[in-house]
Write a protein that binds this ligand. Structure first.
Ligand code: NAD
Length: 524
């Protein structure tokens, strides 16, 4: 897990192989996308190192899970103190590897994580408390469920929010009594290593192990025998993770990509909707899984909306010294953005703003607005993950809803209207795990609200009670209230059981003729 700025030395590697004492150390480089300069060389870990990390995490798993919820909370709050003590340094690390603006890193990475730690420290114990369950027919029994830790959780995270999307599953898994092996993105490994440092502690240092490397390291973690994998990343890789996990039936939580729609109704507050739209499309340079990536605007307000969007877009400050948006993070993603724009233009789309890289070193791409778009273009159906805003005119909100649902994705979504009832009606029919009415993206900032996707946007939830229980196993327990020599249905089966069974079923579930007639009338 060492960070070194020294250039790779293949000769030293081969000597090590010849002597046979150490295996060769493979390294990969990480860059500052604002300037394309080298940050560090990082070790590419193989399956042996991944397995070692899992073993160390497993060694501590029993002792960690034996702590009370209060004790686990105290440790997590201590980690939050450390995080705040090193906030400036962490922001430097995040911005250097992602190209984000500092304020964006503070709000969406540090604040979001602090909030989530606080939510679980306050509510987590209640969520995981044993709960009694009505015994129903078995009136002489008592029943309850209890939540138990799973063991070791493998967390694999992406580069777009390298701190939040690593820390959220890590702290949730820990609160639920598990230990963790984290594999951060190879694009943002120093953020992952900084997370490892936050957890360094004399007694509990190994509850979070960090393994660095690319896809092969990630796959080694999936195949390492961990008790669950929490993967955040693209649909393509998510499918590979699920396939690899299937070999050992390792459970997976998948937080995948999106193509989030925004529906703007004719009665929307256009001043707010246009400002919200521009923020939703361009914050973090469009590299948020919940970025608004396609816009359906009712035709009567389409022109007004587009004009307002262009005014807002023209005011965006994009520079390395404290503007509104930073650079993009990953060169291959920028190439996808350019491909999608070229495909759309070749099929008749018009660029009204932006459309090209900034003329300077680094991964800077102008905020881009497109119209005359439709679903034959990749920009309306595939995840673009860049600062691009394709706006389509629709006859009415129902057509907007139909097109919004015409997608393999279903992560977040939004509807903008002055009519709360209409907003709720559309929200209820949007095929997405999350919906915002007159807002976008920020539902993720409410840690009590479960977050996740439907369709190919994922399986499972993070945040909220559902998110915590994802990292637990529920055990159902039944016990007798009174001890009797035998149960009535044990062998030899008594002759009266059949008659008694029918009589008690009638007594318990039978309805009078009058009730049957009433029910029949209600259903016809
Ligand atoms: P990615 O799928 O390329 O990589 C994600 C992680 O998977 C990385 O750590 C990578 O090293 C690892 N990986 C690659 N191949 C692997 C394999 N075969 N087995 C195991 N691990 C492997 O994604 P990315 O480019 O880092 O991130 C961007 C994507 O993530 C976008 O699609 C975005 O929408 C999605 N995302 C989703 C959410 C969400 O919460 N739903 C949040 C953020 C990002």
């Amino acid at each position: 897990m060492s960070i070194t700025a020294e250039p790779r030395n293949p000769a030293a590697d081969s000597t090590a192989t010849t002597i046979g004492t150490h295996p060769p150390v493979n390294k990969f480089e990480t860059f500052d996308p604002r300037t394309n300069t080298l940050i560090a060389e990082i070790e590419e870990m193989g399956s042996a190192q991944v397995e070692q990390a899992v073993d160390r995490a497993r060694y501590l798993a029993g002792a960690w899970s034996a702590l009370t919820y209060k004790e686990r909370s105290r440790h997590l709050l201590h980690v939050r103190d450390r995080l705040l003590d090193s906030a400036e340094e962490l922001v430097d690390t995040i911005c250097a590897e992602t190209g984000k603006q500092r304020a964006e890193a503070v709000t969406t990475e540090l604040m979001a994580v602090c909030e989530t730690i606080g939510w679980y420290a306050k509510n987590g114990g209640q969520v995981l408390m044993p709960q009694s369950v009505s015994p129903g027919l078995m009136a002489h029994k008592k029943a309850w469920k209890r939540y138990e830790s799973l063991g070791v959780i493998g967390v694999i995270s992406p580069w777009n929010y390298p701190f939040t999307l690593s820390m959220t599953p890590v702290i949730t898994a820990l609160f639920a009594g598990n230990t963790v092996v984290l594999k951060p993105s190879e694009v943002t490994p120093t953020v992952g290593l900084a997370i490892g440092k936050l957890f360094e502690d004399e007694n509990w240092g190994d509850i979070v192990q960090v393994v660095t490397g690319g896809g092969a390291t990630g796959e080694a973690l999936v195949r390492s025998g961990v008790d669950k994998v929490c993967f955040t990343g693209s649909v393509r890789t998510g499918k590979r993770v699920m396939a690899a996990a299937a070999d050992s039936l390792t459970p997976v939580l998948l937080e995948l990509g999106g193509k989030d729609p925004m529906i703007v109704c004719a009665d929307a507050d256009l001043a707010r909707a246009s400002k919200g739209a521009v923020w939703g499309a361009f914050q973090n340079s469009g590299q948020t899984c919940m970025s608004v990536e396609r816009f359906y605007v009712e035709e009567t307000v389409f022109e007004d909306f587009v004009e307002r969007v262009l005014v807002e877009t023209a005011q965006i400050r994009q520079n390395a010294s404290g503007g509104d948006i930073g650079s993009m993070t990953f060169a291959p993603q920028l190439a996808i953005v350019e491909d999608h724009i070229a495909d759309a233009v070749s099929k008749g789309a018009r660029i009204l703003a932006g459309g090209k890289r900034l003329d300077q070193p680094g991964l800077w791409f102008e905020p881009t607005v497109l119209v005359d778009v439709d679903h034959t273009m990749s920009i309306m159906v595939e995840e673009t993950f860049g600062p691009v805003m394709p706006i389509m005119s629709v006859k009415d909100s129902e057509e907007g809803l139909r097109l919004a649902n015409d997608s393999i994705y279903g992560l977040n979504s939004s509807v903008w209207t002055s009519d709360q009832q209409l907003g709720i009606s559309i929200a209820n029919r949007l095929e997405a795990g999350n919906v915002c009415i007159n807002d976008c993206i920020v539902s993720y900032a409410i840690p009590g609200l479960p977050f996740g996707g439907v369709k190919q946007s994922g399986i499972g939830r993070v945040h909220g009670p559902e998110g915590l229980r994802e990292f637990s196993s529920v055990k159902s327990v039944m016990s007798s209230r009174v001890t009797t020599p035998r149960e009535m249905w044990w062998f030899p089966v008594p002759k009266v059981l059949e008659a008694l069974g029918i009589a008690s079923a009638r007594a318990r579930f039978g309805t009078t003729l009058a009730t049957r007639i009433k029910r029949f009338k209600r259903t016809t």
